[in-house]
Design a protein around this ligand. Structure first.
Ligand code: PMP
Length: 516
């Protein structure tokens, strides 16, 4: 049964039990930079070094003093936070600044309109909805055109200026009825999304369909349009899926007085949604080959590309967008997490101007989105990141190299324990070898529990006072996403913790990983 007990209270007690079983149920009372504090038994503060970084929302650290000063100032000035349906100059300013940065990184002058949202998943759903609105409008235009052609054929056959060749159909009416029936069958097919295997795009009813992890997705499969998951390492796989699924609508044309049946492309795919560096799927940067195939196939089939930068963006990989390095260009971009500076809940969808439909602004909105507080904090975040000619991005790249160097040295010394280290900038992962066939009981049990990385995290927290977590869909991979201010000394502390845990796995068959 998954019925929780009320022993631990009413706020998600099941999750708390899971955390407790891995020794991860600490209560934190204060946070600063890369440090969280909990209370010891005598009421003293115990520092815990945080490499989780709010799952990517703390590029600028916990309680960044500049951001907190700005927040205090906004409250002291009685800034109107909820003034919906009025002018929003701060939202405009934030969107303009995002345009400037995105244009600089793309090296072109494409403009983007901004739709604000409250969470990453909501921004993804806004992209899904906007792309579906666009697909629907294109499809209506196409079906209206086909209808007009069918009526034209009917009229021309009636007035004798066109004939239906006997091998095509018995009569014009039969042919037209046949075409309509075929088209209706095709149009009944729901829209489809495309996304890479391993993708994570959120857990709301729509976005969860694009989240590969079956545990998150399958119970809610019936709630919304489905995705086809594309292997990331099989050249040609995307083209094959698109060709196999791509249906046609039938249309009639008159050539030389004879009615002909022709096929028209049916826009079945709403969008291709992808993370430049997959986060929750285990920290995988897309390859240049895969990106090139996505761009090529999507351009040919007119499938818009949604670049989900919710975790990889905001400077995390050493540039504002992770897509920049990969040469990946989107029709849509989503941003969230560090846009809120660690204190606001904020997300944004950027839509390339030629694709944009103004009516979407009424079709999608929220009480809380585009509020003054989160927009002005977002502007402050961008100001900090852009200062000194992008010192934050350079620092993310440099600190990332330092951290990656350390992880590589651990892998080199524990090749039987560590399978891989990878990532870019301050979005790094360390993958342990799968231990589910280990001969030793404790190790095998921990591995087979499905919570391997959480047991490792529990040990590291208890023994080293360092907070790490696995990626949510690949639990053998620990993720490291500290703030840009991470120090050499903090990296050394993580190194000691990782070396300890690797030695335990190698030398004691994991006996000390299980909670005390
Ligand atoms: N997309 C990506 C790439 C993410 O990493 C996440 C969160 N981990 C989301 C979407 C969902 O964001 P949120 O948790 O704010 O809904």
């Amino acid at each position: 049964t998954d019925q929780p007990t009320t022993r631990d209270g009413f706020a998600e007690p099941f999750l708390l039990e899971v955390l407790a079983s891995g020794g991860l149920d600490a209560a934190y009372v204060r946070a600063e930079g890369n440090t969280l504090y909990r209370r010891g038994e005598d009421g003293e503060e115990i520092a815990v070094l945080d490499f989780v970084g709010g799952y990517g929302s703390l590029m600028l650290g916990h309680n960044n003093p500049e951001i907190n000063d700005r927040a205090r100032e906004l409250l002291d000035r009685q800034t109107p936070v909820h003034a919906q349906f009025s002018r929003h100059p701060y939202a405009d300013e934030l969107a303009a600044e995002l345009n400037r940065i995105v244009q600089r990184e793309r090296g072109d002058d494409e403009s983007y309109y901004a739709i604000f949202a409250n969470s990453g998943a909501e921004a993804v759903e806004a992209a899904m909805k906007h792309a579906e609105l666009d697909r629907g409008l294109r499809l209506s235009a196409l079906t209206e055109e086909i209808d007009a052609h069918l009526e034209e054929v009917r009229a021309r056959v009636a007035d004798g200026t066109a004939t239906v060749p006997p091998r095509v159909a018995g009569s014009a009416d039969e042919l037209i009825a046949d075409v309509r029936r075929r088209n209706e069958e095709q149009l009944a097919r729901g829209p489809l999304f495309l996304t890479p295997e391993g993708a994570f795009h959120g857990k709301l009813a729509g976005s969860v369909q694009l989240t590969h992890n079956p545990g998150y997705r399958l119970p809610f499969k019936s709630l919304a349009a489905q995705a086809r998951f594309v292997p990331r390492d099989q050249p040609g796989a995307l083209r094959k899926i698109v060709d196999e699924e791509r249906p046609h609508l039938l249309d009639l044309v008159v050539e030389g007085g004879r009615v002909q049946v022709v096929e028209r492309d049916h826009p079945l795919f709403t969008a291709f949604v992808l993370e430049p560096v997959q986060g929750e799927g285990g920290i995988h940067e897309l390859s240049a080959e895969f990106v090139a195939e996505v761009q090529e196939v999507c351009a040919e089939a007119r499938i818009p590309v949604v670049v989900d930068e919710i975790q990889s963006g905001m400077g995390r990989t050493g540039s504002f967008l992770a897509a920049t390095r990969l040469g990946l260009k989107g029709d849509y971009y989503t941003l969230a997490k560090s846009l809120g500076g660690g204190i606001a809940k904020s997300a944004v969808l950027l839509v390339r101007k030629p694709l944009y439909h103004g009516q979407f602004e009424l079709a999608h909105s929220s009480t809380f989105a585009k509020d003054a507080f989160s927009c002005l904090i977002g502007l402050k975040v961008l100001e900090i990141m852009e200062a000194d000619d992008g010192a934050v991005y350079r620092r993310a790249a440099e600190r990332g190299e330092r951290l990656l160097g350390m992880l590589r040295s651990v892998r080199a010394d524990f090749p039987e324990t560590v399978r891989d280290v990878r990532g870019r900038g301050l979005m790094l992962g360390l993958e342990f070898r799968d231990q589910s066939d280990a001969t030793a009981d404790p190790l095998r049990q921990v591995a087979r529990s499905g919570f391997f990385g959480y047991f490792v995290a529990g040990h590291i927290l208890r023994e080293h006072r360092v907070r790490v977590f696995p990626t949510s869909s690949a639990v053998n991979t620990l993720r490291f996403e500290p703030s840009v201010y991470v120090t050499d000394e903090e990296i050394d502390r993580l190194e000691a913790a990782l070396r300890d845990v690797c030695a335990i796995i190698r030398d004691t068959d994991g006996a000390r990983l299980a909670p005390i």
